[in-house]
Design a protein around this ligand. Structure first.
Ligand code: URA
Length: 404
């Protein structure tokens, strides 16, 4: 019988923690683990990609980075890179060079990825059960594969960082504070509330997420959507913002219409939802009683919003859903250096231009069922607001790259 694979897990500071089985890490983004990638280039500087087997559980049939794998607990990044090249493609690189390290966050896992480059023209030897085919591609050809949605989101990110397309600095210096968020117990009232929510029998989950809910989406997002807080039986149940709750039906349906995600319905973590250009989060990460966090909870939780701003260096527009999210976003931006007034007036549809180097904020009524049913916000008006936010974020992105 094959031994169970244990992954090299780390804490917020990147320090090793107890290794955990793969099944535990794939399914819970709190268990950050180390991964190594190698981009193999040939003499023409084309990049070798591997097409993942159609039978893989994650990203089947898509083109992916040349070599990639989990580090063995205790293994150095370089040793892992050498081992993976040998195991996956049957060669020993002589000229490994460190490229960069970043955090790759999805709704089911969190990885610290260290990427190396190597030059090797071949030959290669690979397992056809794992890899469908391999081929070298020019940057233009990879651009076309990205357009046709034929590469993994992780490789798209890595490629954009590697080629620095149109940007002075593409990578964020800061990691997404996933463990800080998920392990936060600072607000007694919210901790007590979230652990006392009784699951509804109409949902298949026997156990709700019942932890603070981290943000979700594209690390290269130019648009950030900030909601209020997880709904008790929605995001607090599924562990992903706006997933499984009424407001999320409208939000993701619209993001899908605007081409920012690959499916119209957000059901649960791991449902295959992929966001492009957009990141979704909440001003308060825990479900509050009666959907209403109090002032100290909002203020305490704002540090996570600030850290999200640090992480999402390419965000140009923030859509704040509802007055509370709007005020918290504006306060967080003041910490970033914005000089607008402490309490700007909330006005639906207004674009608040904070500072040239900081994102603009667009205030929107929250797309809650109550606001839709009372007519405060129509479905059409919400769609049009999001559409204009996408246009603005694209226009601003084409003018400048990354916030420094
Ligand atoms: N679900 C969320 O995640 N946030 C909201 O603001 C509402 C529902």
């Amino acid at each position: 019988m094959q031994a169970k694979e244990s992954l090299f897990c780390v804490d917020n500071l990147g320090m090793p923690t107890t290794p955990l089985p793969r099944e535990m890490c794939h399914g819970n983004p709190c268990h950050t683990h180390k991964v190594v990638h190698v981009l193999v280039l040939n003499e023409q500087n084309n990049i070798l990609l591997q097409k993942r087997s159609r039978y893989k559980d994650i990203q089947p049939g898509r083109w992916d980075t040349s070599v990639g794998g989990h580090l063995i607990p205790g293994e150095s990044e370089k040793a892992g890179a050498l081992r993976e090249c040998k195991e996956e493609l049957g060669f020993v690189p002589e000229n490994l060079m460190f490229l960069h390290q970043y955090m790759w966050l999805t709704d089911v896992e969190s990885e610290i990825v260290s990427t190396y480059i190597s030059t090797w023209n071949g030959p290669f030897d690979f397992d056809e059960n794992e890899i469908e085919e391999i081929a070298f591609f020019s940057n233009d050809q990879i651009g076309q594969l990205i357009e046709k949605d034929k590469v993994t989101p992780n490789f798209r990110y890595e490629f954009e960082c590697f080629t620095c397309r149109g940007m002075s600095r593409t990578m964020s210096n800061s990691h997404y504070p996933i463990r800080d968020i998920c392990l936060c117990n600072e607000c007694n009232r919210l901790v007590h509330y979230r652990s006392s929510i009784i699951p509804k029998s109409r949902f298949s989950e026997k156990k709700y997420w019942n932890l603070p809910v981290p943000g979700f989406g594209d690390a290269l997002a130019s648009l950030l959507i900030a909601g209020l807080a997880p709904g008790a039986h929605g995001a607090n149940r599924t562990g992903r913002p706006f997933t499984g709750d009424a407001a999320g039906i409208l939000l993701y349906e619209n993001l899908n219409k605007l081409g920012l995600c690959n499916r119209a319905e957000a059901i649960c973590r791991g449902d295959g939802m992929e966001l492009k250009e957009v990141f979704v989060t909440n001003a308060v990460k825990c479900a509050p009683p009666k959907n209403l966090p109090n002032a100290s909870e909002i203020n305490r939780c704002r540090r996570f919003l600030e850290q999200e701003f640090q992480y999402l260096t390419r965000v140009k527009v923030i859509v704040a859903l509802g007055r509370i999210a709007f005020q918290s976003v504006m306060k967080a931006l003041r910490v970033e250096g914005s000089s607008h007034s402490e309490t700007p007036l909330f006005q639906h549809g207004k674009v608040y231009d904070t500072e040239s180097s900081l994102p603009c904020v667009i205030a929107s009524y929250h797309p809650s069922m109550r606001n839709i049913n009372t007519g405060l916000l129509s479905k059409e008006a919400f769609f049009l607001l999001l559409k204009s936010a996408v246009k603005l974020s694209r226009d601003l992105s084409s003018k400048c790259g990354t916030r420094s």
